[in-house]
Design a protein around this ligand. Structure first.
Ligand code: ADP
Ligand code: MG
Ligand code: MG
Length: 350
């Protein structure tokens, strides 16, 4: 049976361009004997456009913008799809950040009763909100650095009280982050009161809620892929070695000189611990399909979980697909597995 696969990409977020690149790579990887591929593009202004059947790889990002021959649709039109005995529809959201990775798109697809790749509403939104995510990890007994959260309204009323709380409970250096973002946007490291004040202002520009964490110095950053539904599996471990003071937005998207080491040089014992913690984290948010779980490993050999990403970077050069490639799952196989997990989960819900 052929799968009618709607690639959902673009979106109203900072990761619009990345999403287009991912979609282009995915069209190149799909086997047209198994998939009928349809482009579904969300423009930068939030308009939904769909294009006709793609018979093979898209030629360019430009083509995927559907400027020629694309039809503007209301998302609800997706439910008017004709399901035949020979096809089954699956949506593959290739979107990152708010309005893509945070449960909103997933909620819409639930309402439309369509199978879709990746995490559901709850896992997506819990994974997007760093405070909720950390609370769930705490409850699951996962080791993490100390943290506290603040609302813009309380900071506006009594800024000094919020800074004093950070200083007495967490100390310096600390990391200040918008609660609901990714790609290091709005994140700063603060080493003193002056930097803390600037960091609060910066983070509150992006969100009404922020999280402040104890900062680790000199810890290694290691990442692992988790794949599956009720019985997820782990990939090998990768390490990122940013040249900057931390893995900031620029290091992620502009410099390109952050080293990615796969597999990371770590002991078998640490690998086992990371795998167990990653599965625990996946289950703590009730994950489905995939997550990339990120950890800090200190010089003393102590592991802390940093976060899970429910829609990690997914170009063929991103950490998650590369981790699986080193685990003998190629990019096309990875996509097929994810579509399979989407169908399995959909069937289980019926
Ligand atoms: P995002 O979801 O935007 O990737 P992260 O929480 O992963 O946000 O933070 C981005 C980067 O900031 C991390 O990859 C790491 O380099 C650095 N960082 C974040 N939190 C800490 C911390 N508590 N201690 C040390 N470094 C941190
Ligand atoms: Mg993240
Ligand atoms: Mg991160």
């Amino acid at each position: 049976m052929k799968t009618k696969l709607h690639l959902l990409y673009g979106g109203k977020s900072a990761e619009h361009q990345v999403s287009l690149q991912t979609a282009l790579a995915v069209t190149k990887a799909l086997d047209t004997d198994k998939f009928e591929v349809y482009p579904l593009y969300i423009t930068e202004t939030g308009e939904w456009k769909r294009g006709g059947l793609l018979n093979g790889p898209a030629e360019s990002v430009h083509q995927l913008k559907l400027e020629e021959g694309g039809t503007t649709i209301a998302p609800l039109a997706l439910t008017n799809e004709e399901e035949t005995e020979e096809t089954q529809t699956v949506v593959f959201p290739l979107l990152h950040g708010p309005n893509g990775e945070d449960g909103t798109v997933q909620g819409m697809l639930e309402l439309l009763n369509l199978p879709y790749v990746g995490n559901g509403v709850l896992a997506s939104s819990a994974g997007m909100d760093k405070v909720i995510m950390k609370n769930l990890f705490d409850q699951a007994g996962l080791p993490q650095v100390g943290y506290a959260h603040f609302l813009r309204s309380e900071w506006e009323k009594a800024a000094d009280t919020t800074y004093e709380k950070v200083e007495s409970e967490l100390g310096y250096p600390c990391f200040v982050k918008p609660a609901n973002l990714g790609s290091s946007v709005g994140i700063s490291k603060a080493k003193n009161r002056k930097e803390l004040e600037a960091a609060f202002r910066e983070a509150f520009d992006y969100d009404r809620k922020i999280i402040v964490e104890q900062g680790l110095e000199g810890a290694r950053e290691i990442e692992i892929g988790v794949l599956g539904n009720d019985e997820p599996e782990c990939s090998v471990i990768g390490e990122i070695a940013p040249k900057t003071e931390f893995y900031d937005y620029k290091a992620k998207y502009e410099d390109g000189d952050t080293a990615m080491i796969i597999p990371a040089e770590i002991s078998e014992d640490i690998y086992e611990q990371v795998k167990e913690m990653a599965i625990t984290a996946f289950k703590a948010i009730d994950g489905a399909g995939l997550v990339r779980a990120d950890f800090f490993l200190t010089k003393e050999g102590k592991l802390y979980i940093n976060e899970v990403n429910t829609m990690p970077g997914f170009t063929p050069f991103s950490m998650f697909p590369l981790l699986w490639q080193h685990t003998d799952v190629s990019y096309p196989q990875l996509i097929e597995k994810l579509v399979g997990y989407a169908q399995q989960r959909h069937e289980e819900k019926q």
